[in-house]
Design a protein around this ligand. Structure first.
Ligand code: ADP
Ligand code: ADP
Length: 226
């Protein structure tokens, strides 16, 4: 579990684009924070800086009290789930879920145990031998989450993970992600431009606009306001 702090964090891309502008934001240990705002406001950039996929131009990003600006992604133990599932088509569901553990050299007994546990949590037990091509969109999304979950990360980062799903599946997965977050208690940052997701999923909602934090509140406070 992790506390993530943006302390006047700025990201200026090489072409001069100011994507995030002196952002101050504390994401508390164990909370589910939804980061919402119009396209281009800097949400993905902020998320990628937490993952270590984007260099920080100025300010400090702290993970559990330690400055993480220069920490390599693999040393952060933070899992990212994207909208494109990025599953390996030639591997089975079980192999896809196990992939990250295998790369880290976990032994087979541990891998089998963790994959079984994760599959149970995500209701994928009956599909472990299938390949992604034979799964529904919602099942694929669950496998992608399984790959993140199985590593027991400090934090989950999700960038519009449901945008490729139809409305019905999206509703179902929203509830599932919220349930999983509560069960595991892992700090989660969820990026979306969908107001319904912002209203229904998180403990708090951070509204970004043009690279700065515009508002930070509980979902009700934010949307019930006159
Ligand atoms: P959001 O996720 O809210 O849509 P992004 O973080 O993707 O916003 O983008 C914020 C701003 O930074 C936008 O103006 C976008 O065009 C710009 N941007 C994003 N990635 C890059 C990049 N690799 N190079 C230059 N500009 C970028
Ligand atoms: P999102 O809003 O979810 O970030 P985008 O379509 O804005 O999605 O961006 C998709 C990819 O294109 C990202 O990897 C982003 O870094 C890159 N990108 C966005 N804007 C620019 C830009 N102005 N110049 C270069 N790359 C960009």
């Amino acid at each position: 579990m992790a506390e993530i702090v943006f302390d006047r964090v700025t990201k200026r891309y090489d072409d001069g684009q100011l994507a995030v502008n002196a952002l101050n934001l504390t994401i508390e240990d164990g909370e589910f924070l939804v980061l919402v705002g119009p396209s281009g406001c800097g949400k993905s950039t902020a998320l990628r800086m937490i993952a270590g996929l984007e260099e920080i131009s100025d300010g400090e990003l702290k993970i559990d009290g330690t400055v993480a600006n220069d920490l390599a992604p693999r040393d952060r133990n933070i899992a990212m789930v994207f909208q494109s599932y990025a599953l390996y088509p030639h591997l089975t569901v079980a192999e896809n879920i196990a992939f990250g553990l295998k790369v880290r050299g976990a032994d087979q007994a541990e891998i089998d145990r963790k994959v079984a546990e994760t599959a149970k949590l995500l209701e994928l037990t009956d599909y472990l031998k299938r390949k992604p091509g034979k799964l529904s969109g919602g099942q694929r999304q669950r496998v992608a989450m399984g790959r993140a979950l199985v590593r027991s990360p400090k934090a989950y980062l999700m960038d519009e993970p449901l945008s490729n799903l139809d409305a019905r599946l999206r509703g179902q997965m929203r509830a599932e992600i919220a349930r999983l977050q509560k069960m595991t208690g892992v700090t989660t940052v969820y990026v979306t431009h969908d107001q319904v997701e912002a209203m229904t999923m998180g403990d708090r909602v951070a509204v970004m606009n043009k690279g700065v934090l515009q508002q930070l509140a509980g979902p009700r406070t934010l949307y019930d306001a006159p």
